[in-house]
Design a protein around this ligand. Structure first.
Ligand SMILES: C[S@@+](CC[C@H](N)C(=O)[O-])C[C@H]1O[C@@H](n2cnc3c(N)ncnc32)[C@H](O)[C@@H]1O
Length: 155
């Protein structure tokens, strides 16, 4: 796996050129993962940590009618992705705080970073479940307030 390059703009910016040196090898895990996805016609598909658009391209090929959106925090990766798929939408965001729009049917990501983002969502829901089980209504109320505030920011 290519190491993130150091740049003044972003401490952990990735180098798209470096990453694409071994594109076929790097895309294989996404290809294998996508082969396990049982969906036929999702409406909106998000490529979490889309990198230079190699995995996004697989999603576009597999789901030609879907709105496929790539999300990544690296400007260099996003520049490459936009060049590769100019008609698709790419969003610069940190997955640890970014939230998908309603109507999203597939969150796709093969990287540890994507797994970490999904992990933090699952962790939040697990804490909510535990709070409800122990009758901690205040925790549940503050969780719902935070969720509503994220939702209103999105709408
Ligand atoms: C291993 S690459 C995966 C690229 C491509 N999806 C693939 O399957 O080959 C991981 C990508 O995740 C992005 N990334 C890492 N941490 C992130 C975060 N917190 N939020 C958004 N993107 C992140 C990096 O910029 C990088 O482009």
């Amino acid at each position: 796996m290519a190491e993130p390059s150091r740049s003044p703009r972003a401490a952990e910016d990735w180098s798209a050129a470096q990453y694409l040196k071994f594109e076929d090898e790097r895309t294989r895990p996404s290809r294998d993962l996508l082969a396990q996805v049982p969906l036929d016609a999702p409406r909106r598909v998000i490529d979490l940590g889309c990198g230079p658009g190699n995995s996004t391209e697989l999603l576009v090929e597999r789901f030609p009618s879907a709105e496929v959106i790539g999300v990544d925090s690296s400007p260099d990766m996003l520049r490459q992705a936009r060049e590769r798929l100019p008609r698709r939408k790419f969003i610069e965001a940190d997955l640890s705080t970014w939230t998908p729009e309603p109507g999203t049917d597939l969150l796709f990501g093969n990287s540890a970073d994507a797994a970490a983002a999904i992990g933090s969502i699952v962790e939040g829901l697990t804490q909510l479940r535990d709070a409800l089980e122990r009758g901690d209504r205040e925790y549940a109320r503050s969780f719902l307030r935070a969720a509503r505030s994220v939702r209103s920011e999105l709408s």
